[in-house]
Design a protein. Structure first.
Length: 272
């Protein structure tokens, strides 16, 4: 394996030296010998990234690093290489040596770089059958000396993904409910009692949604936020006093004389 890695780097060196300035000449050469142009460019880029100092370090470290690992660190993603100067690979080599591990596993390196296949693909049997890179990643995880850590990482990612999907769905439901409350099908006449009832009903619905979005056990307010909240609550207190005076309904009477239709409507809203 070490000899194979040296051979691929040597081929990359030759490709870089002989066909660095002419894409057409490189293409003609690849066509003549039956080599993919993309593979030739990949070998050339990897060889250029693996400096003589790194090659010497790989020989002397006692930790095996495959050509696939070197290629992963030099393969551009979004126009940038994921591990410039192989800084993260150096850390993994040192960690492996200190732990008495004889190699740097590709799946571990991909996880550290963030270049591992998407979680959905890893969890899908169909994706593993259709994509060799996904299948190789899963195989690497199964045989990695860091298998337990990698499997735990995948489990954590799955939980995070599910939580993000749940939060997104809840946010969409809230947004939809707010839009429906703000655009009634038959708006009452401005300034009428019906308009006041509609506005108060909408405000009550917003208050209920706020209570769900901001549970008290996770809220921590700094002094400035406490002042802002105090002012807002004071304004709401004034508004509630005004609303009771306008409606001329005492608080006790409002609690006991609420219309069944209104209560049913509130329960239906909470259910949605």
């Amino acid at each position: 394996m070490i000899a194979g890695r040296a051979g691929q780097l040597a081929i990359g060196d030759i490709l870089a030296a002989e066909w660095a300035g002419s894409a057409a000449a490189l293409g003609a050469f690849c066509e003549r010998i039956g080599l993919s142009v993309s593979t030739a460019k990949q070998w050339r880029a990897t060889a250029a990234a693996v400096t003589p100092d790194l090659r010497m370090h790989l020989e002397e470290s006692g930790v095996f690093v495959s050509y696939s690992v070197l290629r992963e660190g030099a393969r551009p993603r979004g126009g940038q290489v994921p591990d410039p100067g192989y800084a993260k690979l150096h850390h993994l080599i040192a960690d492996a040596r200190n732990a008495g591990v004889d190699r740097v596993n590709l799946a571990t390196y991909q996880t550290v770089l963030g270049t591992a296949p998407p979680l959905a693909a890893v969890m899908s049997p169909a994706a593993r059958d259709a994509d060799d890179e996904v299948a190789d990643y899963v195989t690497e995880v199964q045989h990695s000396p860091n298998r337990d850590d990698l499997v735990n990482y995948l489990a954590i990612q799955e939980k995070v993904t599910r939580a993000e999907v749940t939060a997104a769905l809840e946010a969409r439901r809230t947004e939809k409910a707010e839009q429906q409350s703000q655009t009634p099908s038959a708006p009452p006449q401005a300034g009428s009692g019906a308009a006041l009832v509609a506005a108060l009903t909408a405000l009550a619905g917003q208050a209920g949604r706020l209570a769900k979005r901001f549970p008290p056990n996770i809220l921590k307010l700094d002094p400035a936020e406490q002042v802002d909240v105090s002012v807002a609550l004071g304004d709401l207190d004034v508004f509630m006093v005004w609303a009771r005076q306008v409606s001329a309904i005492p608080a006790a009477a409002a609690r006991t004389s609420r219309r069944p239709a209104a209560a049913a409507q509130a329960m239906a809203h909470q259910a949605t």
